[in-house]
Design a protein around this ligand. Sequence first.
Ligand SMILES: Cc1cc2nc3c(=O)[nH]c(=O)nc-3n(C[C@H](O)[C@H](O)[C@H](O)COP(=O)(O)OP(=O)(O)OC[C@H]3O[C@@H](n4cnc5c(N)ncnc54)[C@H](O)[C@@H]3O)c2cc1C
Length: 375
Amino acid sequence: MKRPGRVAVIGAGILGASVGWNLSRQGAEVVLVDTGRPGEGVTNWSFSWVNASNKTARRSYFALNVAGMAAYRELATALGPDSWWFPGGHLRWADDPAAEAKLLEAARLLAGWDYRLEVCTGAEVRRRLEPALTVPDEAPVVFYPDEAWVHGRHLVGRLVGRAVASGAELRSGTSVHDIGTGADGSVRSVALSDGSRLDVDAVVNAAGPDAAHVAGLVARHLPMRREPGAVTRLACTEVPVRRAMHAPHIEIRPDGDASVVLHSREIDALIDTGEEPAELGARLHASARQVVPGLGTARVARTRVAHRPIPGDGFPSVGAVPSVPGYYEAVTHSGITLGPVIGRLLAAEILTGTPDAMLADFRPDRFPAMASGEV
Ligand SMILES: Cc1cc2nc3c(=O)[nH]c(=O)nc-3n(C[C@H](O)[C@H](O)[C@H](O)COP(=O)(O)OP(=O)(O)OC[C@H]3O[C@@H](n4cnc5c(N)ncnc54)[C@H](O)[C@@H]3O)c2cc1C
């Protein structure tokens, strides 16, 4: 297969930045286009936990997430870890017998799949890892030492900077509103909202929550789930936690030297009841104080509701769409965990035309083509 000339990557979140950097460092001509500023989409409003322990629904999906964790370790060596990479593991515990049984059952399954973990007691966790927690002394707490969190916006900044240094062009503050195709249906150009049109040989749809709209520009139907999530940033003088954790009813992680991020699936369930972000943030803060009393003096800096980019069946949509030569997708939930590995695999596929077996279960053409007459 002929190596594509110019590639437009639509969206500079974690997915687009990863694909764009991998393409440009291998000599491809890349234009990264983003409606806003790189890394300020859902990538900046994510819990940002790098893991495979929550990805056991399908073995191939678990394997892809494990590869995602390994890709981060390589990336930390390649880029230098500074302000974006925070290894140190992840803690999880429950406060009712049914949830605790489920947690321990998952731990047994994961241990059988050679995933590293330790089952500790609450007292041990306070002594060795997190002194500020209220977890009961005897409660079983699962510690996943290879998991991590990342600062998504900082990482995107690093990846885009590297891509630009190796020759990529960044067009931020402008949207792709049209994709032009030739008589044979192959991608030829993109039209931007700043009035320009770029000749390209390929496009990568990395538009995150707006991926279905971009797919529609090549008359493709990409079904997406609607799953909004609320994330709160607390401002604090001292950050009382050292790593990401799933405590009962609340997820907590550090977010740098003076900030903590909070999220909860239970609070997400209130989004569609009409509660304002400020109320959701206050609830998250109240829940976090139960687990880490030291967060009582923190204040809610900002709460934002963001949409998870989840293809209809819950799994990633990655790779070429044979009916539209030159059109590729990089759309996924768990995109923080998966961005670096998908970026590497997809860039290799675009440059060599050889599909990677690791992505076999996640091909875009598993979604049926648009019915005739549908737009
Ligand atoms: C509450 C919540 C918690 C989460 N927790 C985790 C977690 O713990 N671990 C994990 O791995 N994942 C998590 N995720 C998912 C993860 O955040 C996303 O999968 C990931 O950030 C998606 O990155 P992206 O690059 O696809 O999207 P984005 O970061 O949104 O980037 C897409 C970019 O495309 C641009 N764009 C859109 N349309 C156009 C257009 N037409 N032209 C030009 N630019 C365009 C946007 O401006 C945006 O910058 C969570 C998500 C949410 C909402």
